[in-house]
Design a protein around this ligand. Structure first.
Ligand SMILES: C[S@@+](CC[C@H](N)C(=O)[O-])C[C@H]1O[C@@H](n2cnc3c(N)ncnc32)[C@H](O)[C@@H]1O
Length: 222
């Protein structure tokens, strides 16, 4: 039986009903995901329990701005799980992948060896001036931020210099990193309010059952 392939967004597919991207590094896996071949194309299944972007799509994300030519500043790249799928989509674009953990960076570099559209940057996202020179045109289409840090709003604001006007920020808020004792909804509200001079909130997505600790927000730079 042939596999059923449906397009969901640019570069994102449902393969037999499961989320997937086309593998840019044929034959290789990043986090032991399944590979499925159909008509000469290899698809990598995208696990929504491992990637909040995948979870957001399955929870009804409408504004999906990633495309073949996107330039993306990715803050909190970790070992490259989500970055690798973004790399499958932005095949002619560029992903500036910032991560400050040396241990995660070692794994991320292995992912980058097979994917030339990712530039790994071992830096702290709280100090964007340290990687300003790496982001040469200083005008990305997208910022994707998934950092488990207390200063999540401050990090987005200080990195917004790299985002073009009208550009999209996918901003994942982890309430427990900001204030473990406070009601998460209050934390989400206060955090988004602190961004309102610079960003308009377009979508707010709860990621349950894939993830219960985060709010996935879609923002537009004013
Ligand atoms: C939840 S993980 C990211 C998972 C990843 N986005 C994915 O979907 O594959 C959060 C990451 O943010 C990194 N991080 C936290 N604070 C950071 C900072 N100030 N600068 C850079 N990375 C940071 C952590 O080391 C961790 O790897």
């Amino acid at each position: 039986m042939p596999n059923e392939i449906k397009k969901l967004f640019d570069g994102v597919f449902l393969v037999n009903g499961r989320l997937a991207t086309r593998n840019l590094a044929k034959g290789s896996k990043v986090y032991n995901e399944s590979l499925i071949s159909e008509n000469g194309t290899e698809y990598r299944l995208w696990n929504p329990y491992r990637s909040k972007l995948a979870a957001a799509m399955l929870k009804g994300l409408r504004d999906f701005e990633f495309s073949e030519e996107s330039s993306i500043l990715y803050l909190g790249a970790a070992t490259g799980t989500t970055v690798s799928h973004v790399s499958d989509i932005a095949t002619k674009g560029r992903i500036y992948a910032v991560e400050f953990s040396e241990r995660s960076m070692r794994d991320l570099i292995k992912v980058c060896e097979k994917r030339k559209n990712i530039l790994p940057i071992l830096e702290d996202a709280r100090y964007p001036e340290k990687y300003e020179a790496d982001i040469k045109n200083a005008s990305c289409d997208i910022i994707y931020q998934d950092v488990s840090a207390r200063e999540q709003a401050e990090i987005l604001l200080s990195n917004s210099r790299f985002l073009k006007k009208g550009g999209t920020a996918y901003f994942i808020i982890k309430s427990q990193s900001i204030d473990i004792a406070k009601d998460p909804d209050k934390v989400y509200r206060n955090t988004l309010k602190s961004l309102e001079n610079e960003f308009e909130v377009k979508e707010k997505i709860y990621l349950d059952p894939y993830d219960t600790l985060h709010l996935f927000a879609v923002l537009k730079k004013k």
